[in-house]
Write a new protein. Structure first.
Lengths: 367, 417, 357
């Protein structure tokens, strides 16, 4: 986990607010510090404010209130072309009337760099993405993945300290996307640049980031490294947004030392960890990841509560089994189990008992 | 299954050559496609190709004299260029004049000769009027009637007119004439007009195109970047002139711009100009430019708009993020991408302006007239051949420009929407 | 702007023409109205032949185009004298049988009753009209223009001038303005030097000229204040002044008069009815009826024998006609033979002069 205090941060959002129409806020009181060399992803559904934050950082939108600083310098009044931030756009935004070489040369030209320096830098940037052979092509003659590499090279060619990426892989097919994720990650590590990456794809966010800021409704819901985000979501939005997730409604029966007992609406008692609920009798939503549910009683910790379940459907997925159960009156409770040697295949109609370690069930706000 | 025959050509499974089978299969598709476009093709041939062909034919054809003076024509045919007219020639001429008087065709015949040599129309019509009194010896009779009949230039003109096909109208269109000895020379300075008008028409059209571009570019940009609802409203304002009659628009400008018009009245009321300093904005070149710019503006805005609409704002953002100032971004990134629209708009406006007729006719006064007004003038005067020759030259000029455009910008780099 | 209205009317007129038995094409404005009141309506009432009037800037132009295109939609046209002769030469017009024209009210045969030249092979005079110049008496006060030279005197009378856009009558007017006596005008104009002289005179006012094309325009230009004086057809000014009370005055010095001719185009759809119309319209009564509508003189002796009153019932037409002796002091009759021969080339020169320099 990378902890960044706002004093040694490279980019700081300080109480930033943004409104387009003067009646509602798109970004509500954003506070965020990004460390030097960090790969930070802004993740969230569309309309959550993540892209607006990126645009404010790039200088294409102005903050309605609050201050953004870059390397210790307030940049609200700095026009985009003086911020020195590299940016990769969703549709690549390669200039269609220029060749690949001219595209890369452009940021160097406007900086007044000499011809030989430019050529050297362009070559280096293209080599970095293994695209030097395409220097004289037009963007329209390249495939999506190739355009993506060029866009990346162009954003890096003038050695920016900060690179912003706005859903750069959205238009690529799955295989290419995964490949590019690794390449971007690799470039980030080898160049030591700071990257702010915007996406709505949680897989991408978890794969690439040092930290992920989950946006919803104009606020950061949780800012954490990927593993924390998945295993220890702070609230039910994050729990629901990241990964697959079983939800059970109930009320807090007992809370002691972070450990909670929850009585479900159907009457059963289950174990959970209290996250953002504390008062007895408070209603809560318990979130359990499918792969953490256990149906072999011998593997459960001593004293753990179990509840009855009925198998509705069994799906064979190769490496995994996916079983849909009826639990506490709900028909969409899912468990996943690895296809290990001797793993039991459940049959529809079978009655079983399930349970989990208390730390794997998180009692969250009921939303 | 295709098989390879001994000579190496592919055949189909039933033994036909593959090429023939393919051609047969494609023929059916082509025939069907042809029938689909046939109505349009027919329409274009009837309403476009044929009239243009006829116009080009007219520009080199006038049988006003050739058809009505068969005897002299026959004499010209057997006597080579330069032969002095003998008694037989005058006799043939007398014969033709008698026929002309009977058929009342002296006017047409005279008109044709007059195109080649001015002031011969009266000679021919006057002679035809008294043709019945002509008696041998014809040469003396003609010379007694008018000594001009002994003039070699007149005979040269008649020889030229006795052929229905002639390049004379193109000579006139380029301010040239045939001298008495048959050589081509420029007409006297005070009657030179067409070259001047062609140059003026093309220059004025270029000026109008440039003004249209500078006015249309910001408007089109605004249209392309405004939110849809407001862009639609503005689009209606742009298109509104299209839904208004051209005459109404033009006369509205007259009301606005004339000496006693609204604009001048306002300027005087504001004390900007005095009553004796009323601006001359109508019935002159300025009027033609102002009104034609207004009329043709949408033809520039629409192609520009349609191109700008397809340029995502991310290009400009990318350029800015790469370090370009807003001016550099405009010059290096935005403007080059609007080139197809600029090309289409400019070509459209220019070609329309070159052929514009009604606006200069109404607001051009004396010095705001364009070549099309003179084409109209000659059509009014039933001088179809000269009108056709001028039109053909105009068409040629536009084609040359089109060719130049293709060479410089590339016609495939043209986008109308 | 008037021209547009006329154009539009002409177009709609032609569209309707197919339904009428006799279609007359004239010059529109006050003149067309006069012929409608004096000839078209009474003829229709008397004979029951449906007759309508359509307008044109110059009926000779569409007439020729119609005959050449073989699609004649008019039966009678009112054209200038030179055009009547020229079109006749070109075989575009039907010949007129002078013997069929009605005798004068006093019984004198038509051939003797008409003034010399008023009946030609293909046309019959409907009136004698004149090119004059006029000014607005409220705009020019004190010294008023009295001679054709005053029209060209920009120092004495500053301001815009209206002139007809065309060579005819303008070149003669310029020469008279330069002091050439009416009797010498055509002889002078026939020489290259004389022609240059005419254009040189026009050059002196060229920058101040507003060119008009339709007969209805000059009174409008005067009324709008666009010009301080303008050449015009005398009847248009008379009707604006007397009929509509406009403060216009006519200067008769240097007037150029000629016969206006009714002609029948070759291939007229209703040729017989057209001839009947012409006989009716050019009778003594027909000519007098037109002279009651507009100040153009009848070309029959019998029609001039009695005093004609304007349609307002009090204005005596006599002194307002081009043919009145006091108006004829420095007058020029258009030479049809000159214009028949030279129309094309002089207009070409005129256009070149107009469009260049």
């Amino acid at each position: 986990m990378v902890a960044v205090s706002s004093t040694d941060a490279f980019v700081v959002f300080d109480h930033v607010q943004k409104s387009y129409d003067g009646t509602s806020l798109v970004v509500k009181d954003l506070n965020l510090a990004i460390g030097k060399g960090e790969f930070l992803t802004m993740l969230g559904p569309s309309g959550s404010g993540k892209t607006t934050c990126l645009m404010m950082l790039a200088g294409f939108e102005t903050a309605t209130n609050g201050e953004i600083t870059l390397d210790g310098r307030p940049i609200n009044q700095v026009p985009p072309h003086k911020r020195g931030i590299g940016m990769v756009f969703q549709n690549y935004a390669l200039f269609p009337h220029m060749t690949v070489g001219e595209n890369l040369s452009f940021p160097l030209e406007v900086r007044g760099m000499g011809k030989s320096d430019r050529e050297a830098k362009v070559k280096r940037a293209l080599d970095m993405v293994q695209m030097y052979a395409f220097i004289n092509r037009r963007p329209s003659q390249l495939s999506g993945g190739q355009q993506q590499r060029i866009a990346l090279a162009r954003a890096l060619v003038f050695d920016p300290k900060l690179v912003l990426m706005d859903e750069p892989l959205g238009a690529l097919d799955k295989q290419l996307r995964e490949h590019m994720q690794f390449e971007i990650k690799h470039l980030h590590e080898s160049l030591g640049i700071t990257v702010v990456y915007v996406t709505h794809d949680q897989g991408e966010a978890l794969t690439m980031s040092d930290r992920v800021a989950v946006f919803n409704d104009g606020r950061i819901q949780q800012l954490a490294p990927p593993s924390d985000l998945y295993e220890r979501p702070d609230n039910s939005f994050v729990a629901g947004f990241i990964g697959e997730n079983n939800k059970l409604h109930g009320t807090l029966e007992d809370v002691s030392g972070g450990r909670a007992t929850v009585r479900l609406t159907t009457g059963e008692l289950i174990d959970a960890t209290a996250v953002n609920v504390s008062t007895k009798g408070q209603s809560t939503l318990v979130s359990i990841r499918p792969e953490r549910v256990e149906y072999k009683p011998e593997l459960l910790p001593a004293g753990a509560h179990t509840i009855d379940a009925e198998v509705l459907e069994f799906i064979y997925m190769g490496d995994m089994f996916r079983t849909r159960l009826r639990v506490a009156g709900s028909d969409d409770f899912v468990i996943k189990s690895r296809n290990t040697l001797g793993q039991r295949m459940l049959a529809p109609g079978e009655k079983i008992k399930i349970g989990w370690a208390p730390q794997d069930a998180r009692a969250l706000d009921p939303q | 299954m295709s098989q390879i025959t001994t000579n190496g050509d592919l055949t189909t499974s039933d033994g036909r050559p593959l090429k023939a089978a393919l051609a047969a299969a494609q023929f059916r598709a082509k025939r069907r496609a042809f029938f689909l476009v046939a109505p349009l093709l027919l329409f274009i041939i009837v309403s476009f190709i044929l009239p243009i062909g006829q116009m080009l034919h007219r520009s080199v054809f006038h049988d006003g004299f050739a058809a009505n003076a068969p005897d002299v024509k026959a004499w010209f045919a057997v006597n080579p260029d330069g032969t002095a007219p003998d008694e037989a020639a005058y006799a043939a001429l007398a014969q033709d004049f008698k026929a002309m008087k009977a058929d009342k065709t002296a006017g047409i015949a005279g008109t044709r000769v007059n195109y080649t040599l001015p002031e011969t129309r009266s000679l021919i019509t006057a002679t035809a009027r008294v043709a019945d009194d002509l008696a041998p010896p014809y040469k003396d009779a003609f010379l007694a009637l008018n000594p001009k009949w002994g003039d070699a230039a007149v005979w040269q003109a008649m020889r030229s007119a006795s052929s229905a096909y002639t390049a004379d109208f193109y000579l006139i269109s380029t301010d040239r004439e045939r001298a008495a000895d048959g050589t081509i020379q420029k007409v006297p300075e005070n009657t030179r007009i067409y070259i001047y008008l062609f140059v003026k028409t093309f220059l004025l059209s270029a000026v109008i195109t440039v003004i249209c571009f500078f006015l249309a570019f910001p408007v089109a940009h605004l249209l392309a970047t405004l939110p849809t609802a407001r862009a639609n409203l503005m689009m209606i304002l742009v298109l509104l002139p299209f839904w208004t009659s051209l005459l109404v628009r033009t006369t509205s400008w007259i009301v606005l711009l004339q000496g006693q018009g609204v604009v001048n009245d306002v300027l005087i009321a504001l004390g900007i100009v005095g009553d004796d300093g009323r601006l001359k904005m109508m019935y002159n070149q300025a009027g033609t430019i102002i009104v034609m710019t207004h009329v043709l503006l949408p033809f520039m805005i629409l192609p520009l708009y349609s191109v700008m609409k397809t340029i995502p704002p991310s290009y400009a953002r990318a350029a800015r993020s790469l370090g370009a100032t807003s001016w550099t971004t405009f010059r290096r990134i935005y403007l080059p991408q609007t080139l197809p629209g600029i090309g289409a708009g400019a070509l459209l406006v220019f070609i329309l302006a070159v052929g514009y007729y009604i606006t200069p006719a109404l607001v051009g006064g004396a010095d705001g007239q364009l070549i099309s007004n003179f084409i109209d003038f000659h059509m009014d005067k039933s001088n179809w051949s000269l009108a056709a020759a001028l039109s053909a030259m105009l068409l040629g000029g536009v084609l040359v420009l089109y060719w130049l455009y293709d060479r410089l910008v590339g016609i495939d780099n043209l986008k109308l929407g | 702007m008037k021209k547009l209205l006329i154009l539009t009317t002409a177009l709609t007129g032609v569209a309707f023409a197919a339904q009428a038995d006799v279609t007359v094409m004239s010059w529109g404005g006050a003149y067309g109205a006069a012929q409608t009141e004096a000839h078209v309506k009474p003829f229709a009432a008397k004979t029951g032949i449906a007759t309508i009037m359509v307008d044109s800037d110059n009926p000779a132009t569409p007439l020729k185009a119609m005959v050449e295109a073989g699609n004649v939609t008019i039966d009678v046209a009112s054209v200038e004298y030179a055009d009547a002769i020229r079109l006749c030469d070109e075989g575009v017009l039907e010949p007129i049988d002078v013997a069929a024209l009605p005798a004068g009210a006093d019984g004198v045969a038509a051939a003797d009753d008409f003034l010399p030249g008023a009946v030609t092979d293909c046309g019959v005079s409907t009136d004698i009209w004149a090119n004059i110049f006029a000014y607005d008496t409220t705009k020019i006060t004190g010294t008023v223009p009295t001679t054709v030279a005053d029209f060209f005197d920009l120092e004495k009378f500053p301001g815009k001038r209206g002139l007809k856009k065309g060579a005819k009558a303008v070149l003669e007017f310029a020469l008279m303005g330069d002091g050439v006596a009416p009797a010498d005008v055509y002889a002078t104009l026939g020489t290259p030097e004389g022609l240059d002289k005419a254009f040189a005179k026009l050059d002196t006012i060229k920058s101040e000229v507003v060119w008009w094309e339709a007969g209805a325009q000059p009174p409008q230009l005067l009324a709008d204040g666009e010009v301080v004086m303008t050449t015009a057809y005398n009847g248009r000014i008379f009707n604006a002044a007397v009929g509509e009370g406009k403060p216009f005055a006519i200067v008769w010095d240097g007037q150029i008069f000629e016969n206006e001719m009714y002609v029948v185009p070759k291939g007229a759809p209703n040729k017989d009815a057209a001839m009947q119309f012409i006989q009716f319209a050019t009778s003594t009564e027909g000519l007098q009826a037109q002279a009651m509508q507009i100040s153009y003189g009848p070309a029959r002796k019998s029609a001039n024998a009695t005093e004609i009153l304007y349609k307002d019932g009090k204005t005596v037409m006599g002194p307002n006609l081009p043919t009145a002796p006091e108006n004829m002091k420095n007058a020029l009759e258009t030479s049809s033979s000159f214009w028949v021969d030279k129309d094309a080339e002089l207009n070409e020169r005129f256009n070149a002069w107009l469009a260049t320099n």
